[in-house]
Design a protein around this ligand. Structure first.
Ligand code: HXC
Ligand code: NAP
Length: 282
């Protein structure tokens, strides 16, 4: 559905862009004409992703950075700008997460996730925003990757739920505060998209089938589906979308809150027969 050049002239930085959903978005943005910079802590996945983008004819660069450290973010953004030109789009995708009963969390464990997801998103957003504000000609887009439990809450991932809720608030707050500087903010809230990073930390045996059963579509998301949505939202085609959150979860979060939602996943003929049998006899 996209014109080949829909992101031509754009310079996008993706945090956590060497793996999983960040990598899928980076490749998609490059495919549609953007110059793409990626950051993360480990150099290997960054190098490999940039190699894949450049092999496909795109202009791309990486810089190693830890989003928990504002100096490290600043230095990395400088390095990317020297190679790609002024950044105009930031994708806050880097995250940390793990499953734990809340009563067993150490203070350091809570902080580990908050520092990456909430503080890290703040450091990247503030550094990026200052660059746009300092340059009157520059416009900016910030896309935050949150999750549906940012507003639903979720057991066993409490630090992540709190941090993502904070990021959600950041999107809405800055959509208003920084619109005057030509910036807009959007939030994509994925449901389950199996990736190595997420599955290795969050999947328990048997959860796959349960996860599919509690999804109206009966399946998980595909990274390209999220990358397409992100491409649209950062493109100029979406220039009047500001402060919005777009769930991409097959409708999972709705089903969880709908008392009779699970019935929609049962065999429809059987269900109709049962409902017919329950009708009052005439
Ligand atoms: C309890 C844990 C823990 C676990 C670590 N800790 N893992 N506590 N259960 N599984 C505790 C440690 O004991 C330590 O506390 C503290 O957390 C910090 O641990 P470190 O290993 O030193 O942290 P660090 O090296 O900073 O690594 C951060 C991390 C790690 C979050 C723990 O997993 C990471 O680097 N993750 C990055 C990638 C990632 O998580 N991807 C998944 C995103 S998926 P003490 O007290 O012992 O010092 C996602 C999906 C959301 O977000 C939605 C799904 C539907
Ligand atoms: P992932 O592959 O583990 O991605 C996380 C990325 O963040 C990694 O590339 C990691 O690289 C980077 N990162 C972590 N800590 C960092 C730090 N301190 N500084 C810089 N980079 C850091 O997991 P994913 O599934 O693709 O998740 C991507 C995003 O989607 C996250 O925001 C996640 O919360 C969200 N999400 C995922 C799902 C899902 O089902 N997969 C669902 C909802 C939301 P390094 O470790 O090398 O730094």
């Amino acid at each position: 559905m996209f014109a080949e050049n829909v992101l031509a002239g754009r310079v996008v930085v993706v945090t956590g862009g060497g793996t999983g959903l960040g990598r899928a978005m980076a490749l998609h943005f490059a495919r549609y004409g953007a110059k793409v910079g990626i950051i993360g802590r480990r150099t290997e996945p960054l190098e490999a992703t940039v190699a894949d983008m450049t092999a496909a004819g795109a202009v791309a660069a990486w810089a190693s950075a830890d989003v928990r450290d504002p100096e490290s973010v600043h230095t990395a953004f400088d390095a990317l700008e020297s190679k790609l030109g002024p950044l105009d789009t930031l994708i806050n995708n880097a995250a940390g997460n793990f499953l734990s009963p809340t009563e067993d969390l150490s203070p350091n464990a809570f902080n580990a996730v908050i520092d990456i997801v909430l503080r890290g998103t703040f450091h990247c957003t503030q550094d990026f925003g200052r660059r746009v504000i300092a340059d009157e000609a520059r416009r900016g887009v910030v896309l935050n990757i949150t999750t549906t439990y940012a507003w639903m809450g979720s057991p066993f991932v409490l630090p992540s739920a709190c941090a993502k809720a904070g990021v959600h608030a950041m999107t809405k707050s800055l959509a208003v505060e920084w619109a005057t500087y030509g910036m807009r903010f959007v939030d994509v809230a994925p449901g389950p998209f199996p990736t190595e990073g997420a599955s290795s930390r969050l999947a328990v045996p048997g959860m796959d089938q349960l996860g599919k059963d509690q999804n109206p579509t009966g399946r998980f998301g595909k990274p390209e589906e999220l990358a397409s949505l992100a491409t649209y939202l950062i493109s100029d085609q979406a220039s009047y979308i500001n402060g919005a959150t777009v769930p991409i979860d097959g409708g999972e979060w709705l089903l969880a809150g709908q008392s009779f939602g699970l019935l929609a996943r049962m065999d429809r003929d059987n269900l109709k027969q049962m409902m017919t049998a329950m009708r009052p006899k005439k």
